[in-house]
Ligand binder design. Sequence first.
Ligand SMILES: [Zn+2]
Length: 129
Amino acid sequence: MDHKLQLVVGLDADLKTARIDVQGCLTAASCQALLCVLRRAHSLAADVSLTLDLREARHLETEALEMLGYLPAPSSANATAIYSEVRCVLEGVGVVVLLLPKLSPVCRMDRVPADTYSDVARLLHLHSA
Ligand SMILES: [Zn+2]
């Protein structure tokens, strides 16, 4: 499955705040690109306050969240009930406020083929009956 990352970067005219909305899939690989964008945003103004909104992401890999400095407790029985707002300090970026979805999502794209195949299987079954 092709995981595509889409970023919407919003900057205030006075460069006090920057907000990056993450859509699509955030994987360990695409997180590198996201970190570049964060560093870039930080380089515009040293005191810029960065917010990373992950609530609209279709897919968040745990590894990517770890790269962003957010570490879900692995042994927690409550691992899906994560904080909705986390402050992280990233190297070369500084403080980033992460806005997280309540659930740790799996890729919704990955589920599509399974549904498609089961529909096909049902149709085939109907036709052969
Ligand atoms: Zn994905």
